[in-house]
Design a protein. Structure first.
Length: 83
């Protein structure tokens, strides 16, 4: 559970920032999360939690509530096993 709580804000932050930023990809080194983590969770954010964008807190809560619906790779990000 602690791994999920630790990873969730990072996941939500990079998903919200990247999805709404007109400069997506610019300064990517400053964005949290690896490219693999972004690829893993982006579909689930749009599929399950799109209404919560851009609120990082709400995206995080939504993904946590729907943990059993996440794709295996996104779940691995939350569990801390996909870096």
């Amino acid at each position: 559970m602690m791994k999920v709580l630790r990873a969730a804000p990072v996941i939500a932050l990079f998903l919200a920032a990247e999805s709404l930023s007109p400069f997506a990809g610019v300064g990517a080194a400053q964005e949290p999360g690896t490219p693999a983590q972004k690829r893993a969770c982006r579909p689930d954010v749009y599929r399950l939690c799109a209404a919560e964008i851009p609120s990082v807190r709400d995206i995080t809560r939504c993904l946590q509530r729907k943990m059993n619906q996440l794709n295996p790779n996104c779940r691995a990000v939350f569990e801390g096993t996909l870096r």
